[in-house]
Ligand binder design. Structure first.
Ligand SMILES: Cc1ncc(COP(=O)(O)O)c(C=O)c1O
Length: 373
C-alpha cells in the first residue's frame, strides 16, 4: 500500500500526490454490487469454502479469456504483493541477488528485503530498463531474479518496447535468470496497449508475469494473478501458506468472476482510462505551466504517475519538505532509488484527485518552489 490515507483524512486540507491509490469515485461499487448479488444468487455455498490452491477453475477460465491467456498457466494470488511474497518464499534462498530497476516500486524492495534477498539496482530511463547496462549487471551479479515493471513503470511512467522485451527475455534465458514482470499498470494504457505483455510474448519458464485487480477494480479485493510455467505454479501450490489456507481470497475471486461473467469489466476499464488520461493531462499541463524552466516533466502514456526531474542543482527532498508545509505531499525520487540516487526527482500521482485538486496541488508546489529559488 502506498502512502497513508489516514494522514490525508487527519490533515483535512492536505493534497497527497504521493498516494498510489485509485480515488474513491473510481472504485466501482455498483458493478461490484451487481456481481456480488449475481454470485450469491447462484446458491453456491462453496464460495465460502477453502479454495483450490491455484484458484477456482471457473474464475481462472474467465480471467484467461479476459487476458487472452491459458487458464492452466494462471495462479490466483493476493494481489501482486502476495505474489511477490510467494515467489520469494518458494523460489529463492536468503542471500540470493535480485536485480531491480533503479528507481523501482519502493515496496517491492521491502518484500525482497523481508526475504533477506540482496537487492541490486540497474538503471532505468525514459524507455524503461537500459539494456546494455542490464546485460553487464546480469553478467557481474549473476542474479536469481530480475524484477521489472515494464508498462507505465512506478515511479517513472516509462514503458519497454516490444523489441526491448524480447531482448530482456533472451538475456534471461541465456543467463538462467528468472524474470518477474510486474504488470500492475499494463491494462491502463491511454492509447491502447503499450506492447505485448510478457505473458503473451511466448511462454517459457524464464518469466513469471504478475497482474492485479488493485489498480483496475479495487485494491481492497486483494486479488491478482501470476502467469507461469505449470512446474512453477506447482511449487507455489506446495507453499505452507497455500497448503494450510487454500487458494487466495476465494470469496473476492467469486465476486470478480461475476464481474467478468456479466461483462462489466470493459466499460469500467474504459471509464477508468478516460478519467485517468484527463487527469494526467491536467497534472502535466499544470506542472509545465507552473514549474517553469529547470524541470523535465515526463508525459506518461498510461498508469498513475508523472515523474519530474530538476535540471538545475535543486535538491528535491528539500522541495518535498517545503511542499509539505504548503499542504501538498509528493514522493521524493530517492525513496524509489536503490542506490539512494534520484534526489533530483519526484513522483506525482494523478490517480487520487480530480482536476481542480491537482491544479491546486501544483500551485502549492510552485509556491514552495518560489521560496527556494
Ligand atoms: C508496480 C506495483 N506493483 C505492485 C503494487 C501492489 O499491488 P497489489 O495491490 O496488487 O499488491 C503496486 C502498488 O502501488 C505497484 O505500483
Amino acid at each position: 500500500m502506498e502512502g497513508s490515507v489516514s494522514t490525508q483524512r487527519q490533515a483535512g486540507d492536505v493534497i497527497n500526490l504521493a498516494l498510489g491509490h485509485p480515488s474513491p469515485e473510481l472504485l466501482p461499487l455498483e458493478p461490484i454490487r451487481k456481481a456480488a448479488t449475481h454470485r450469491l444468487s447462484t446458491g453456491d455455498r462453496l464460495i465460502l469454502q477453502y479454495g483450490l490452491e491455484p484458484g477456482d477453475l471457473g474464475f481462472r477460465h474467465l480471467l484467461g479469456e479476459f487476458l487472452g491467456l491459458q487458464p492452466q498457466r494462471l495462479f490466483v494470488t493476493a494481489g501482486i504483493s502476495g505474489a511477490l511474497d510467494l515467489i520469494c518464499t518458494t523460489l529463492t534462498t536468503p542471500g540470493d541477488t535480485v536485480l531491480v530497476e533503479d528507481p523501482t516500486y519502493f515496496l517491492a524492495r521491502k518484500v525482497f528485503a523481508d526475504h533477506h534477498l540482496r537487492v541490486v539496482g540497474t538503471p532505468t530511463g525514459e524507455n524503461g530498463v537500459l539494456l546494455d547496462e542490464l546485460e553487464r549487471r546480469i553478467r557481474e551479479e549473476k542474479p536469481r531474479l530480475l524484477y521489472l515493471i515494464p508498462s507505465y513503470q512506478n515511479p517513472t511512467g516509462a514503458t519497454l518496447s516490444r523489441d526491448a522485451r524480447e531482448r530482456v527475455l533472451r538475456l534471461c534465458r541465456e543467463h538462467g535468470v528468472l524474470l518477474i514482470a510486474d504488470e500492475a499498470y499494463h491494462l491502463l494504457g491511454f492509447n491502447g496497449l503499450p506492447a505485448p505483455s510478457f505473458a503473451e510474448l511466448g511462454f517459457s519458464d524464464t518469466v513469471i508475469t504478475l497482474g492485479s485487480f488493485s489498480k483496475i477494480l479495487g485494491p481492497g479485493l486483494r486479488l491478482g494473478w501470476a502467469h507461469a510455467a505449470p512446474e512453477l505454479l506447482e511449487r507455489f501450490a506446495l507453499s505452507g501458506v497455500y497448503d494450510s489456507g487454500g487458494g487466495a481470497n476465494p470469496f473476492a475471486a467469486a465476486v470478480v468472476r461475476s464481474v467478468l461473467e456479466l461483462g462489466l469489466m470493459p466499460e469500467h476499464l474504459k471509464t477508468l482510462r478516460t478519467t485517468l488520461a484527463a487527469r494526467r493531462a491536467v497534472l502535466y499541463e499544470a506542472l509545465t505551466a507552473q514549474l517553469g524552466a529547470g524541470f523535465e516533466v515526463r508525459y506518461p502514456e498510461g498508469g498513475y504517475f508523472i515523474w519530474v526531474r530538476s535540471t538545475f542543482p535543486l535538491d528535491l527532498e528539500t522541495l518535498t519538505e517545503r511542499a509539505r508545509s504548503h499542504g501538498v505531499l509528493v514522493m521524493p525520487g530517492s525513496r524509489a532509488s536503490v542506490a539512494g540516487a534520484a534526489a533530483d526527482c519526484v513522483r506525482l500521482s494523478f490517480s487520487y484527485y480530480d482536476g481542480s485538486a491537482l491544479r491546486k496541488g501544483v500551485e502549492r508546489i510552485a509556491a514552495a518552489l518560489a521560496e527556494l529559488r
